[in-house]
Design a protein around this ligand. Structure first.
Ligand code: NAD
Length: 498
């Protein structure tokens, strides 16, 4: 049943265990992508709000008990968060769809996955909090321990906002850090829900804080703050680069999950029915606002025409509609500004000589940020739409004749996030996978990931990996401790003359 948005209150920051207005008293409107009508008002944070949140996080880190409590005790809180996410799964799915325009059928599983990730880190931390000892002789021993890093600054984007925020929050908290989350300004609702959940779970004040606001005026002060030890960022490549520069004066540890222009390479011997399903899903699900979308289709020339005919057929039948309707497959883009950005790319494709074929948008949706699912044909890999991330429901199709050519085009990109290879020749599948310059490759598969497996990109798509034990490693410091076991023979400078 469709819910009314009228019960959704304004969003406040969550600082030191309390929901608070901005110091400046300022707020901004949060628009519904379906009709561009404000859903609510959101507190707008600036450097002084960030200062309060970081101070609370710092105090909570320094004074405990979060960092110092027994691991089993801390994990009870982490499990409690998972339970509450499961309890509120339906609300989370609804809020996410309302706020971001993602079809509700596709936001349903996100809370479940986020809860599983909290449970995963509750287990992972217990088994991974294991140091090494180095026996040398009877005179000393060296050993290592893992400690939380300190105050983490977590900065997240508007696509899949709940899942991407919890991706960072779960390992941050499980390893004993405290944090300040700065969610994207276009999708604040589920970050607020997460704050409510963590409040209900009873975490000590200051352990988890959320400050809402814009990138330049709220994200940047978080990055520059000297009491923040690490920044975990997911977003655009250009923003990532600005963050690295801004964090360099205070030598921040950084993790960067950035943009992509990922190729799906379909060979003539592939299972074409499955490849078609996957290619369509990987570009049009989540409204095409997906970092791992296969936005470039490289297709063997011998199957190009029939495959494109089938793509056109799918395009005609895709259900574009109200994101709250469970039947909807493609909803509105997040914001008018992003809608304009995607449409500009479609115009550029035409100007550069490509053929543009778009699905139709049903009547009654003109107030929303709808971009029809679009195919760009007669394209080549040098075109702007093959090189730049569009981040919308737009698939650029490029034929190839040989495996070498496919590989060359796939790698001819500044990005290196994901790659998809479709072939029934498994030697070729592995060969291609190993030569693709990207962080993740799926062979005859699409974007499924066991929680133990790392996630991340190369080149302009990122630095580092999230997930699995990589999450644990990033959010902890390894300390080396040397202990003398007997009398040490240390050169005694200055002793002879005395
Ligand atoms: P964005 O870079 O515009 O914004 C992301 C976050 O950074 C927002 O919270 C924003 O307010 C903040 N920000 C902006 N400027 C900042 C600054 N100067 N200092 C500090 N913070 C700043 O990205 P977006 O448009 O929200 O998200 C879409 C992008 O995210 C796409 O490029 C997509 O590929 C990428 N993404 C990558 C992954 C991945 O895992 N690799 C996952 C999802 C999205």
């Amino acid at each position: 049943m469709k819910k009314s948005q009228s019960h959704i209150g304004n969003v406040l920051h969550y600082i030191n265990g309390q929901f608070v207005e901005s110091v400046s008293g300022r707020a901004f409107s949060n628009l519904n992508p379906f009709n561009n009508v404000p859903i609510n008002e959101v507190a707008e944070g600036f450097a002084e709000d960030i200062g309060l949140a970081v101070a609370a996080a710092r105090r909570a880190f320094d004074e405990g008990p979060w960092r110092t409590m027994r691991v089993n005790e801390r994990m009870k809180y982490i499990i409690r968060i998972a339970e509450l996410i499961e309890k509120y799964a339906e609300d989370i799915s609804y809020l996410e769809s309302l706020d971001s325009g993602l079809p509700i059928a596709q936001t349903k599983k996100q809370a479940e996955r986020a809860a599983a990730n909290f449970r995963f880190y509750a287990e992972m931390v217990k088994t991974r909090l294991v140091g090494e000892s180095y026996q040398v002789d009877n005179s000393f021993i060296n050993y290592t321990i893992h400690k939380p890093v300190g105050v983490a600054g977590l900065i997240t984007p508007w696509n899949a906002p709940f899942m991407l925020a919890t991706w960072k929050v779960a390992p941050t908290l499980a390893t004993g850090n405290t944090c300040v989350l700065k969610p994207a300004e276009w999708s604040p609702l589920t970050a607020n829900k997460l704050a409510e959940i963590i409040h209900e779970a009873g975490l000590p004040p200051g352990v988890f804080n959320v400050v809402h606001g814009y990138g330049e005026t709220c994200g940047a002060p978080l990055v520059a703050h000297p009491d923040v030890q690490l920044i975990s960022f997911t977003g655009e490549t250009t923003t990532g680069s600005a963050i690295i520069k801004n964090g360099s004066d205070t030598l921040k540890r950084v993790s960067m999950e950035l943009g992509g222009k990922s190729p799906a390479i379909v060979f003539e011997d592939a299972d074409l029915d499955t490849a078609l399903d996957a290619v369509v899903w990987q570009i049009f699900s989540f409204n095409g606002e997906r970092c791992t979308a296969n936005s470039r289709l490289l297709i063997h020339e011998s199957i190009h025409d029939p495959f494109v005919d089938r793509l056109k057929d799918r395009l005609r039948n895709i259900i574009v509609g109200d994101p709250q309707d469970p039947a909807t497959e493609v909803g509105p883009l997040i914001h008018r500004e992003h809608y304009n950005h995607v449409n500009r790319y479609i115009g550029t494709a035409r100007n550069e000589g490509a053929e543009v074929i778009s699905a139709s948008i049903p009547d009654g949706l003109s107030a929303g940020n709808y971009v029809a699912p679009t195919l760009i044909l007669n394209a080549n890999n040098q075109m702007t739409v093959a090189q730049e991330e569009i981040f919308g429901p737009v698939l650029t199709v490029i034929p190839f004749s040989t495996e070498e050519e496919a590989l060359r085009m796939a790698n001819d990109s500044k990005y290196g996030l994901a790659g998809y290879v479709w072939t029934n020749d498994m030697k070729r599948g592995h060969r291609m996978a190993q030569q693709l310059e990207c962080g993740m490759v799926w062979v005859n598969s699409q974007n499924v990931r066991d929680l133990r497996t790392p996630f991340g990109g190369t080149k302009a798509s990122g630095i580092g990996r999230e997930g699995g034990h990589y999450g644990f490693d990033f959010y902890t410091e390894t300390q080396i401790i040397h202990v003398a076991l007997d009398e040490q023979h240390i050169p005694a400078f200055g002793k002879k003359a005395a």
